[in-house]
Design a protein around this ligand. Structure first.
Ligand code: NAD
Length: 492
């Protein structure tokens, strides 16, 4: 065994095809390091088109029998999968913590949410019942949902278990077979989910994991036997994937990045607002597509900003604040803070140059609060993806909404106020798919669906909840007549 292999905590991350781990044809590898301390966790193989072909062949074969099973039988496997997520809870929490760098509590939330997503999929038989009606004498129309075939799910680094579970249970329960492409930075949790699915009784080939980078994503978009592609990641890549997959006439839903604005009015509850804003900007080290990135204070909100700084000071790297994903990410976030400072913003709390004792090799950025940011600054315009909040000041709510509306993204927006009328005004006029009222991270829980607007989502419909049924299935409409005596009319 080479020195590299013996210093790795986990086995090499290969692919998972046909119900077992398989070696890749490709020999390109990348180190998988823990952002917590820089230690070597594994090596991931970066697959080629040949590896994809192997996985698609397995998925295509599995589709023949999986798609013919009654949904009530398919769901039984997901009841077991849900229970196994509980059985392996601590192990999964640890894996997510180590490979992504988020805190143990945040990793627990990720597995809790995965369980909820699975529970929703288990209710699918109740949701996809078709319709039937006698449309003229003796003539009936009925509808049924049919699976698409082999589908793909391409996911980002920031939720190594939860985002894969946005698509796995729903797409599979609905009768599809899947190729999952994890982020090359966090391949381990998804591989473990694949093993757990097999243990739950999922037939071989129904769920396959193909690790890799840009090359494999492009191969997925191009493969003629993949019917639909779902993507979650940055807007830059979401656009590329959407364009490439649809150019091959595939169904595609591509969720992109975000720049979420929290509008704070002077009448907002001080403590609740401050703690919500602090939690929203720093949870998962700011690496959430639902994170608060800009706070827009309307009128005099100095009392709330002061309390926000107090709350942010309670967030301690290595304790209740995890690491960011990489050295590159840390440098990028710190560069944004430096630019804001150089452009005249006021740094109220500075998270640059943070290290954690006994984890000096980790990538930490402390909570950062930047005040008097103007709309032209990079911290106001771009997704920072770190524990940083940029505070902009406006004279009235329309100016605040104009700033929110002008940003090209549209994942989430929130308002903090005690006034129902102002809350309603923001609910109507913010240009985002998910709105919070006195909630800093307005993630809709099942059965409500998840999805943004504008450049935070390309394609129609949402990725979870009831809305996902339309994406993962095609509707068949059948018209029948059995009675020859039925009087023929204009349509029959
Ligand atoms: P990313 O776009 O860099 O990577 C996402 C996936 O695309 C990964 O599997 C990666 O291997 C692949 N990829 C990367 N570059 C590619 C390229 N040039 N061509 C083809 N494929 C490529 O995103 P990330 O850094 O892993 O994740 C963070 C981003 O994801 C943030 O922008 C965040 O807002 C976004 N995100 C969005 C949502 C949402 O629901 N809208 C949820 C989670 C994360």
């Amino acid at each position: 065994m080479s020195n590299v292999l013996s210093s790795m905590k986990y086995a090499q991350a290969n692919n998972y095809v046909g119900g077992k781990k398989v070696n890749t044809f490709s020999q390109r590898v990348l180190s998988v390091e823990s952002p917590l301390d820089g230690s070597l966790l594994s090596e991931v193989y970066l697959s080629s088109a040949q590896d994809l072909a192997q996985a698609v062949a397995a998925a295509k074969k599995a589709f023949e029998t999986w798609s013919k099973m009654p949904i009530k039988a398919r769901v039984q496997i997901f009841f077991r999968y849900r229970n196994l997520l509980e059985k392996y809870y601590d192990e999964l929490v640890q894996l997510v913590h180590e490979e992504n760098g988020k805190t143990i509590d945040e990793s627990k939330a990720e597995i809790d949410k995965s369980i909820e997503l699975c529970e929703f999929a288990c209710s699918m038989p109740q949701l996809i019942t078709g319709e039937v009606m006698e449309v003229s004498k003796g003539v009936e129309c009925r509808t049924e949902h049919f699976p698409l075939g082999v589908v793909a799910s391409i996911v980002p680094f920031n939720f190594p278990a939860m985002v894969p579970n946005w698509t796995i249970p729903n797409a599979l329960v609905l009768g599809n077979t899947m190729i999952m492409k994890p982020s090359e930075m966090v391949p381990l949790s998804t591989l473990r989910l694949a093993e757990i699915l097999t243990e739950a009784g999922l037939p071989d080939g129904v769920f396959n994991v193909v690790n890799g980078d840009k090359e494999i994503v492009e191969a997925i978009c191009d493969h003629p036997d993949i019917q639909a592609v779902s993507f979650v990641g940055s807007t830059k890549v979401a656009k590329l994937v959407y364009q490439r997959a649809t150019s091959h006439l595939k169904r595609c839903l591509a969720l992109g990045g975000a720049k979420n604005h929290l509008i704070v009015l002077p009448d907002a509850h001080v403590q609740m607002t401050a703690s919500n804003v602090a939690a929203s900007m720093s949870g998962c080290a700011g690496q959430r597509c639902m994170a608060a990135s800009a706070m827009v204070g309307v009128g005099n909100v100095d009392h709330i900003v002061a309390q926000l700084v107090e709350e942010a000071k309670k967030i301690v790297p290595g304790e209740n604040l995890g690491a960011v994903i990489s050295k590159t990410a840390k440098e990028r976030i710190e560069r944004f803070i430096g630019e804001a400072e150089a452009q005249g913003a006021k740094i109220l709390l500075d998270g640059r140059n943070t290290t954690v004792q006994n984890a000096e090799g980790g990538y930490y950025v402390g909570p950062t609060v930047i005040d008097y940011v103007t709309p032209d600054m990079s911290v106001a315009r771009e997704e920072i993806f770190g524990p940083v909040i940029s505070i902009l000041r406006t004279k009235d709510i329309d100016e605040a909404l104009a700033i929110e509306n002008a940003n090209p993204y549209g994942n989430a927006a929130a308002v903090f106020t005690q006034s129902g009328a102002w809350a309603r005004y923001v609910m109507e006029n913010a240009s985002a798919g998910m709105i919070g009222v006195n909630i800093g991270v307005p993630v809709p829980r099942e059965p409500f669906s998840f999805g943004g607007w504008n450049e935070s989502r390309f394609g129609t419909g949402d990725i979870t909840g009831k809305s996902s049924i339309e994406f993962w299935t095609k509707l068949k409409k059948t018209t029948t007549k059995w009675n020859p005596e039925s009087k023929t009319n204009w349509m029959s």
